[in-house]
Ligand binder design. Structure first.
Ligand code: AFP
Length: 334
């Protein structure tokens, strides 16, 4: 009698992001489940945005709207769709007090009566790298979650906490596959959307960034206007056999850096003297993820997450990646 053979992957359990989140929640007996609900709203938004990005050319939602966002940057139609999607998904969750988006000048205050509980602040860049959309390049959503700070003088200012206060952070990369990378402060975990099933499935737990890799990622067209230390680092790297990779979308560049190592840089430039990237919903969440994976994240010579923000849309410079490669850059800055 022939025995029934197990398929080769039968040893590997299938875990959806929902069951993963419930499993994590169960490790904290005092958890109220609110954060899990918020993360599940983010996964719903990600599925919705992924579907729209995939069909963008067919549905004629590529290109700009003809207006600028609060950053003075051209708003793409999909920027607006992604922003509305996140607000619609998160806005209905009772645990959210404040939403802050790259696309909106002011934070959305959803709840003012927060005396009895401690709801959350969710900050996001709905569609990072959206200028890549027209050429079918990688784009992504970045998010940062903080606990609401009741002591803030104005409720909107509750978002202005340093990155060290983040309770969760993550991004979704809409590439050949849709990948969600998440930390809640206990390691970094990666999920891939199975479009047939409609579920994000866990593909790797406790990701670790390679300690070093001879690769840097920056817009080298700016090299003439960046501080001298960065120029010296790039010259040194070029003389030492490094390669350069840059997509123009932070999510795609940081994702590659997380998986294969190296360093992603956006230094101060003549055009953006403080740096171009936004502290609250680009640099801080990426810094939390990379540090949780064993990497480092600096803004100049200061740890990114230790900066005290003064505005929702504040900009910063970024040096983020493998610990040894970030150290190599810092050697040229000090
Ligand atoms: P967009 O979302 O406006 O395309 O900006 C993308 C971004 O904020 C970040 O994702 C990139 O790393 C960076 O800007 C690219 O900037 P440069 O075009 O100046 O290199």
């Amino acid at each position: 009698m022939s025995s029934v053979q197990s398929p080769p992957n039968a040893q590997r359990n299938l875990t959806s992001i929902q069951s993963f989140l419930l499993r994590e929640e169960a490790k904290h007996p005092n958890a109220t489940g609110t954060l899990t609900w918020i993360l599940s709203a983010l996964t719903l938004s990600a599925k919705f945005i992924a579907a729209r990005v995939r069909r963008a050319r067919l549905e004629d939602v590529l290109g700009s709207l003809g207006g600028d966002n609060v950053q003075g940057e051209q708003q793409q139609k999909l920027d607006v769709i992604a922003n509305e999607t996140l607000i619609r998904c998160l806005g209905s969750r009772p645990g959210v007090a404040i939403l802050g988006s790259e696309e909106d000048e002011h934070a959305h205050v959803l709840r003012r009566d927060t005396k009895s509980d401690r709801p959350y602040v969710v900050l996001f860049d709905p569609l990072d790298g959206s200028s890549n959309l027209d050429v079918n390049g990688g784009v992504g959503t970045i998010f940062s979650i903080l606990q609401h700070d009741r002591r803030a003088p104005r409720i909107e200012d509750s978002a202005l906490q340093p990155g060290t206060q983040q309770v969760a952070a993550g991004y979704v990369l809409y590439g050949p596959s849709t990948v969600l990378v998440l930390t809640t402060g206990a390691g970094v975990h990666m999920f891939v959307l199975d479009p047939d099933v409609g579920s994000f499935l866990l593909v790797q737990e406790h990701l670790r960034i390679p300690v070093a890799s001879k690769s840097y990622s920056l817009n080298s067209a700016n090299i003439g206007t960046v501080p001298e230390g960065y120029r010296n680092y790039v010259n040194w790297a070029n003389e030492n056999g490094y390669s350069m990779r840059y997509t123009g979308a932070m999510v795609a560049d940081v994702h590659r850096t997380l998986l294969t190592g190296g360093v992603f840089l956006y230094p101060p430039t003549a055009k953006a003297p403080k740096g171009k990237l936004r502290l609250m919903y680009e640099a801080n969440p990426m810094a939390m993820l990379i540090e949780q994976a064993g990497g480092k994240a600096y803004s100049g010579t200061q740890r990114t997450m230790e900066q005290q923000p003064s505005g929702l849309h504040e900009r910063t410079s970024v040096i983020i990646g493998s610990p040894d490669e970030v150290d190599n850059v810092l050697r040229f800055l000090t």
